[in-house]
Design a protein around this ligand. Structure first.
Ligand code: ZN
Length: 408
């Protein structure tokens, strides 16, 4: 399986990293490569109306355990983000070759998990879960001006028919969703652990804050008489770090990030009259997320008053936190502990297709340690020994879940 992951990376990467951006030629080539791998095992993928590819091995019962991942990557991406989940699923199918599993197994390669080209993540999986509203993405275009609907059509996908994939999913009798992924952060590495059970994914509140003061000459305007929009934004950013510290717990964490800053007039000799920052807040508990947002609003208002500027908030995006199924989290922790001797539990900061599948059926994820916490770059890596134990733990989780579903 690791050799296959390396072969896919060699085939779909250049000197800057993986280039499997969804709906493009390299991504299609990655899928063709997978088709070849499946053919060697006597397996075949079928597409749903949302562009996701499904590989099914019928079991003694129609109730299905689904194992998911995605072959698409960000531009200049890594070798494990996405394919690890797909190939772990194919490995499970290979292990069951020649015998009938007690419950049906399906592997899904979701289309456009990353949203790298059209800025809409989880596109294929939201089609499969039925949560996708075609009108909400119809206006999206890439940097070249190509519309999403055109790019989909090039790949045989009709935007308006994407939500129909939910009906096809329901017909599979879905009972559990499992996804193996790299952590993409530094937590497991800091703990000295290979593998962890994921308890859920953070909810997100994303806003742009616009501070407006007065641009003025930087030489002639005394500090006390300034209305510096940047300083108000900077004080807010520092306050948000304290908010994150205040609400963060060892079990679930909590983060606030000011990731962009824009000042006007952006001249070294002018006090900034306007400053916009983007604030991204994430937490696992809905009440934490809402309290942190309320505190950030208060901090921004305080900073605005202190700097004699105004502040306006604009919501960019939000999503509720997702708690994974407690029974599957327990099974996952059990599998991890059996193989590694430890069972760390941690939340996921990034979103994953498991969030969409969690709307339809019980879901859980397993994480492999990320070297230096890096991902979405060519340095993305997991030491081979850690990958090996993680893959073994994940296969155990699959077996346990199949047994549980078959016994129900
Ligand atoms: Zn991913």
């Amino acid at each position: 399986m690791i050799a296959n992951l390396r072969a896919l990376a060699a085939r779909t990467s250049d000197g800057h990293g993986a280039q499997r951006v969804a709906w493009g030629p390299v991504w299609r080539d990655a899928r063709r490569w997978l088709d070849g791998l499946l053919a060697e095992e006597g397996l075949r993928a079928e597409s749903d109306t949302a562009g996701n590819n499904w590989i099914t091995v019928p079991g003694a019962r129609p109730e299905t355990v689904i194992i998911g991942g995605h072959l698409d990557s960000v531009p200049n991406g890594g070798w494990l983000d996405g394919p690890l989940g797909v190939l772990a699923g194919v490995e499970a199918l290979r292990r069951y070759a020649g015998r009938t599993p007690p419950a049906t197994l399906a592997v899904v390669d979701f289309a456009d998990e990353e949203g790298a080209r059209f800025s809409r993540s989880l596109l294929g999986s939201s089609g499969a879960s039925g949560s996708l509203m075609p009108d909400s993405v119809r206006g999206l275009a890439d940097r070249q001006g190509v519309r999403l609907a055109e790019a989909l059509a090039e790949n045989g996908v009709d935007l308006d028919r994407m939500p129909e994939a939910r009906r096809a999913l329901d017909q599979r009798h879905p009972r559990a969703y499992l996804e193996l992924h790299i952590e993409q952060g530094p937590v497991l590495e800091a703990m000295g652990r290979s593998t962890g059970a994921v308890i859920g994914t953070y909810g997100v509140e994303r806003h742009v804050l616009r501070f407006v003061g007065q641009a003025a000459h930087s030489g002639s305007t005394p500090i006390a008489m300034r209305r510096d929009a940047f300083l108000a934004a900077a004080e807010t950013a520092l306050a948000c770090r304290e908010i994150a510290r205040r609400y963060s717990t060892p079990e679930t964490g909590m983060v606030c990030t000011v990731g962009t800053v824009m000042v006007e007039p952006a001249i070294v000799t002018a006090v900034p009259g306007v400053c916009e920052i983007a604030l991204d807040q994430r937490a696992l508990e809905p009440v934490t997320l809402q309290s942190a947002l309320a505190d950030a609003r208060e901090a921004a208002s305080r900073a605005a008053v202190a700097n004699k500027v105004s502040v306006q908030w604009r919501q960019v995006w939000r999503i509720d936190p997702c708690r994974f199924d407690p029974r599957l989290v327990a099974l996952c922790a059990e599998a991890v502990e059996e193989v590694t001797g430890h069972a760390p539990r941690l939340p996921s900061g990034p979103l994953h297709d498991a969030v969409e599948m969690g709307r339809v059926m019980p879901a859980v994820m397993m994480f492999a340690v990320s070297t230096n916490g890096l991902s979405h770059c060519k340095e993305e890596d997991t030491p081979e020994a850690d990958l090996e134990v993680t893959i073994e733990a994940f296969q155990r989780l699959i077996d346990k879940t199949v047994a549980m579903v078959a016994a129900e």
